[in-house]
Design a protein around this ligand. Structure first.
Ligand SMILES: NC(=O)c1ccc[n+]([C@@H]2O[C@H](COP(=O)([O-])OP(=O)(O)OC[C@H]3O[C@@H](n4cnc5c(N)ncnc54)[C@H](OP(=O)(O)O)[C@@H]3O)[C@@H](O)[C@H]2O)c1
Length: 247
């Protein structure tokens, strides 16, 4: 299978834009993203340490990043961190949000109202990868709203000021744990904020998938199970499918 690089934003372009903005306003938000982009090893706060959070956290820790697992059960998270080993620790969701340069959200969508309230402003200015999906049968009314507005657009309403990328939404968690063993073969559709795409792409690659950027948050509605992008596809297949989708 032929490997392609994704049509993501060039690092030079990103640094040009972020550099100009920083010079004008010295915003800590921009600085944080550039710092994270410059660092080969990232600090990753994992909120939701079930099937998805534990699989990705384990792989990212193995790749040399520092991860903090969190949920509402600190004892479980401590146990998980102990199993993962040296690069892993456990904390509360608030601690994981402060710890991470990048945050992974992997919770049932129904958890968001309570979670967002408890996190306050701590995700503002951070890159947030949202693997969580809205399922009306499981998550109730909030999932209907997210589906009506589109999951990416709705994520942005839920987490104002965060730089959101939807990714890891529609492949099984077991594959997230194993794809790095044969990297680059399976594509991972991602959609979201331009400022966050480069960092998210790096973490997608570390997990063994080839990122395929399908667009901004308006395309986030396709980043969930049951859409043509869902399931296991090669990067080439994903690019062909993405070309047929409308914002
Ligand atoms: N499983 C898959 O193959 C798969 C694939 C792609 C995407 N997804 C999506 O990813 C999300 C997570 O799926 P999963 O299979 O990993 O679920 P899971 O195994 O049930 O794990 C959910 C995690 O979220 C935590 N959690 C729940 N409510 C919380 C809250 N209010 N604050 C903090 N943590 C909370 C849970 O721990 P506590 O209840 O102890 O807090 C648990 O650690 C879902 O939205 C799912 O649709 C799943």
């Amino acid at each position: 299978m032929k490997m392609h690089r994704t049509p993501d934003f060039s690092r030079r372009d990103m640094l040009k834009v972020t550099g100009a903005v920083a010079a004008l306003s010295a915003l800590p938000i921009t600085t944080r993203i550039v710092e994270a982009a410059d660092s080969q090893k990232m600090k990753i706060g994992i909120i939701g340490s079930g099937h998805v959070g534990s699989a990705l956290g384990g792989v990212w820790a193995k790749a040399g990043n520092e991860v903090m697992f969190s949920s509402r059960n600190l004892d479980n998270d401590k146990k998980l961190a102990g199993e993962v080993g040296a690069n892993a620790r456990a904390g509360t969701p608030q601690e994981a949000a402060s710890f991470g340069q990048v945050i992974l959200l992997a919770v049932p969508y129904s958890a968001f109202p309570e979670l967002v309230k408890s996190l306050g402003d701590s995700l503002k200015g951070k890159v947030v990868i949202n693997a969580s999906n809205p399922f009306p049968q499981r998550d109730g009314g909030i999932a209907d709203q997210a589906r009506e507005q589109g999951a990416g657009v709705f994520d942005a309403h839920l987490l104002p000021g965060a730089f959101i990328v939807r990714a890891f939404n529609a492949v099984p968690a077991a594959l997230m744990a194993s794809a790095h063993e044969d990297p680059g073969k399976i594509g991972m559709p991602i959609a979201g904020d331009k400022k966050a795409i480069e960092l998210a792409s790096r973490l997608v690659r570390q997990a063994g998938f080839e990122p395929v950027v399908v667009g901004g948050l308006d395309m986030g509605k396709y980043l969930m199970p049951g859409t043509p992008l869902a399931g296991e596809h090669t990067p080439e297949e994903l690019r062909s499918i993405a070309a047929t989708l409308k914002p």
